[in-house]
Design a binder for this molecule. Sequence first.
Ligand code: PMP
Ligand code: GLN
Length: 388
Amino acid sequence: IRSKLPSVGTTIFSIMSQLSIQNKAINLGQGFPDFNPDKKLIELVNQAMLEGYNQYPQLAGFHDLLIAISEKIENLYGHRYSPETEITITSGATEALMSSILALCGTGDEVIIIEPFYDLYLPAVQLAGATPVVVAMDPPTHPNENYKINWEKIRDALSSRTRLLIINTPHNPTTMVFKNDDLNELESIVNQYGINIISDEVYEHIVFNGNPHLSMSSRPALAEKSVVISSFGKTYHVTGWKIGYCAAPKALMTEIRKVHQFAVFTVSTPMQVALSRFMGDANTYANLSSFYEEKKDYLSNQLRINTPLAPYSSEGSFFLLASYADYSDLNEYDFCHWLTTKHRVTAIPLSAFYCSPTANTSNNKLIRLCFAKNTNTLDEAIARLKCL
Ligand code: PMP
Ligand code: GLN
């Protein structure tokens, strides 16, 4: 068989979760909460099923949910998307990203991807037949700093063939969060080159240090050119429900829906009904940043005090990076394998978010840890890591 993705294997998240289960390890690798969503949300799904919401919804999504999302975005970021023509409910942010990328680029187009990057961006661009142009972020030189986008390098990578720029804030895996300066740079690039932006904002409600989330929909000039993508999985602790959405101007959304309708057609009806009622009722996301900031601080302090791992500061998402440079010479993959099999704690090697394991030349020896866990789970992980 002629592979369309010859260099793609199984995702690092599946590989590490599998290894974690085999070794009865604490899984701080793949990003998912180990606690349940609000009970009310589960009851609302049940109720929706009993009320008869069990058949196909409209192609773009359940209308009340489209309205609730439109209102949320307008309230938080000031841009109004039409529920009829500019928002689509997708099978997780994953499908929103895949449908958008397949719809908006193709042979002869270049797409800029910023490295390190969430794993699906590269194969999605390759499947679309477009050419990925990978631009490295500047790595930090100190744990108190973060990775930064080097806008000069982005400008150097832009050409008359550039069609899309894929961005992600808060950023998985580095946790970097966009500042106003980043949006200024983007605005000037978009004005000059007329390119479109795919903006992965799945961690929009998890931003630390009192900073705001700067969505592409918060600036008219950017909203006009962007597909903004989010995920209910991250916001309501339901990653297994696989529901997300994308919002974009009508001309872009028309093209995205052409792919969406043949990839999945629609997304689970009772979940959509429940989410539409839950969103209207309780703005859980208002407290999400402080909820996760506490967990982040807890894991970070425990790592610093009780283990040889040096946590980097985390600006957002439910991850933090930690360095083992002073402890081991193993490469990041081997270290994560060893940590799971010998100490039964699972992490993700940062190098997995690069084009190839050798593309990560910063040599900071970093692993990504997920703190979306109950305190008991974090305590057990620390107890095991104390033995390092
Ligand atoms: N983008 C990023 C940056 C992610 O971290 C994830 C998954 N955690 C996704 C997209 C996919 O989200 P979903 O699970 O809603 O498909
Ligand atoms: N996005 C999650 C992470 O970064 C994993 C999702 C997946 O397993 N595909 O850990």
